[in-house]
Design a protein around this ligand. Structure first.
Ligand code: G3H
Ligand code: 13P
Ligand code: ZN
Length: 311
């Protein structure tokens, strides 16, 4: 079976009130950890590649590794460009076999975002690929962008119908208070998300798949292991799991997770290096890192996403 689009996955997830995990991938151990976990619990998957990941590992290596995972597991896997910032980048990913791209025009005006998204949608749909767009801006840091909290903005529900009908996009990322990275809420405050905005978007776009970025929970267990072994991650706070479950019961069909993978992997490496300071065989510390990713993803699928048994 080749890589697939997310169309069928989202349809079933919407109707079944669960979500598909979209996990960021950068190398073989991450891809194996995620896909082995999903295979164990028979979950569909989206593996997403950022511009930074593509630059780090090269498109062809990631594509071949993902194809190997499809062959190894027999799972439906969608391969997606995360935060594409130009038509050219989206085109290059589609030409290189990705089945899905995100065009993130959220930094542009409403009209400019529509024009750019529409151009990507036309190119993608002609080639059997699907497109995620974004309205509203998340705070936080990615390789390519650093959006300060004061420059972030919630999605305006009154804009979503016009945006979706004029662009023809297949899914829509909205901003309801999550942010990228491991420091999502002020320490000492209660994490809050604007579920009222999500509910209003759902009402205006019945049946349409919504995407939640910045959805790592920043699992304390891995932060603690990192800090106990020489790390200094102070005040790391993520999205509480019950909020993610609530979003998945609503119109959110795709939940993006990267920071949790980074933390799980780093915890495995730091712990091993601290226990065995003389270790210099990369397999000695990358294998526990991959084990942590497998454990993390299995827990997410079963306890948060609800996509187990759906492949
Ligand atoms: O939302 C962004 C992802 O966490 C990817 O991050 O651009 O550093 O690869 P990156
Ligand atoms: P986190 O930083 O919360 O993992 O978000 C990842 C993401 O949204 C990728 O697009
Ligand atoms: Zn994102």
């Amino acid at each position: 079976m080749p890589v697939v689009t997310s169309t069928e996955m989202f349809k079933k997830a919407y109707e079944g009130h669960y979500a598909i995990g979209a996990f960021n991938v950068n190398n073989m151990e991450i891809i194996q950890g995620i896909t082995e976990a999903a295979a164990e619990v028979r979950s569909p998957l989206i593996l997403q590649v950022s511009a930074g990941a593509r630059k780090y590992a090269k498109h062809i290596y990631l594509m071949k590794l993902i194809e190997a995972a499809v062959e190894d597991t027999g799972l439906p896997i969608c391969v997606h460009l995360d935060h594409g910032d130009s038509f050219e980048l989206c085109k290059s990913c589609i030409d290189g076999g990705f089945t899905s791209v995100m065009i993130d025009g959220s930094k542009y005006s409403f009209e400019e975002n529509i024009a750019l998204t529409k151009k990507v949608v036309e190119y993608a749909h002609d080639r059997g690929a699907v497109v995620e767009a974004e309205l509203g801006r998340l705070a936080g840091v990615e390789d390519a962008v650093n959006v300060k909290a004061e420059d972030s903005s919630y999605t305006r529900p009154e804009e979503v119908e016009e945006f979706v009908s004029r662009t023809g996009c297949d899914s829509l990322a909205i901003a309801i208070g999550t942010s990228h990275g491991a420091f999502k809420f002020k320490p000492g405050t209660k994490p809050q998300l604007r579920f009222d905005i999500l509910a209003e978007v759902e009402k205006r776009l019945p049946g349409f798949p919504i995407v939640l970025h910045g959805a790592s929970s920043v699992i304390p267990k891995y932060v603690d292991i990192i800090n106990a072994n020489g790390g200094q991650l102070k005040d790391a706070i993520g999205v509480p799991e019950d909020m993610l479950r609530e979003a998945a019961r609503m119109a959110v069909c795709k939940i993006n997770i990267d920071s949790d993978l980074r933390l799980a992997m780093t915890a495995g490496i730091r712990e091993t290096m601290a226990k065995s300071p003389d270790a210099f065989d990369p397999r000695k510390y990358l294998a526990p890192a991959r084990d942590n990713i497998r454990e993390l993803v299995k827990n997410k699928i079963i306890n948060v996403l609800g996509s187990d048994g759906k492949a």
